[in-house]
Design a protein around this ligand. Structure first.
Ligand code: PGA
Length: 249
């Protein structure tokens, strides 16, 4: 894993926006794995800016989002469908809608929806770049501690700590969904290249655990140690002390 302190969220986000932009520009079969959450806001803002400034053709681009809350419809203002529309797809309305994939959180049969999503992932082949955030408890996607490393897309129960962390986005704590459909850990690891972003002091311990612990389901992000092509971009606050001012491979 390559880990680097980029100083600020803005700087790290701009760098990663350029990486996504380059992939879209040079790869005729560009397949991207996208993430949501507070971590990603600057990334999509910068990417939207690059796309608009340069009128890039994105008709060929396929995107797969990591997860969606169960029970939230596409137009619910805390659903990840809504988030993606607001931060990217409405800002640059030139993506091919048939190639934008986000699990349906209000599917009649949630398990069937999860299985179908996994099938779509397989059919489309490995993502060229998978963007990831990390939870304070070390989750990636919504794969909470205890999730099997060979998990595929499925229905997941959110832990109390995740529900609490997410409550900052909802008016009432009781409004925070308790379940989600999430790409599994093995689904995430199929990507050719993985880029993880983490900002702020609250993520520092999770980053430290991810780097230092032997792979353990207690900290799902430790599975990334087994992938050959992972880059981690941090701000200073999220960077473990032993890595400050250093780049390690
Ligand atoms: P956040 O979530 O970006 O809102 O902090 C990240 C995550 O839980 O993966």
């Amino acid at each position: 894993m390559k880990v680097i302190n980029m100083g600020t969220k803005a700087q790290a986000s701009f760098y990663v926006a350029c990486e996504l932009y380059k992939e879209m520009a040079f790869n005729a079969k560009c397949n991207l794995g996208l993430a949501t959450g507070g971590t990603m806001t600057d990334l999509y803002q910068q990417l939207s800016q690059l796309l608009n400034d340069n009128h890039l053709n994105v008709n060929h681009v396929t995107t797969f989002n990591l997860d969606e809350y169960i029970g939230l419809a596409k137009d619910h203002n805390q659903s990840y469908h809504y988030y993606m529309n607001k931060v990217l797809f409405e800002n640059y309305p030139h993506f091919n809608e048939e190639q934008i994939f986000i699990p349906n959180g209000v599917a009649q049969n949630e398990q069937q929806e999860a299985n179908h999503y996994e099938q779509l992932l397989k059919q489309n082949g490995p993502r060229d770049i998978q963007i990831l955030g990390i939870g304070e408890n070390g989750h990636i996607g919504f794969n909470e501690p205890g999730t099997a490393f060979d998990s595929q897309t499925g229905i997941v129960n959110l832990t109390e700590s995740t529900i609490e962390a997410n409550s900052r986005y909802f008016d009432q704590p009781d409004d925070v969904p308790r379940q989600a459909i999430s790409m599994g850990l093995s689904s995430i690891l199929q990507a050719k290249r993985i880029i993880l972003l983490a900002f702020g002091a609250k993520k520092k311990q999770a980053i430290s655990n991810m780097l230092k612990l032997d792979p353990t389901t207690d900290v799902p992000a430790t599975i990334l140690q087994t992938h050959p092509n992972v880059e981690i971009y941090l701000d200073t606050e999220a960077t473990p002390d032993h890595l400050l001012n250093k780049t390690v491979k």
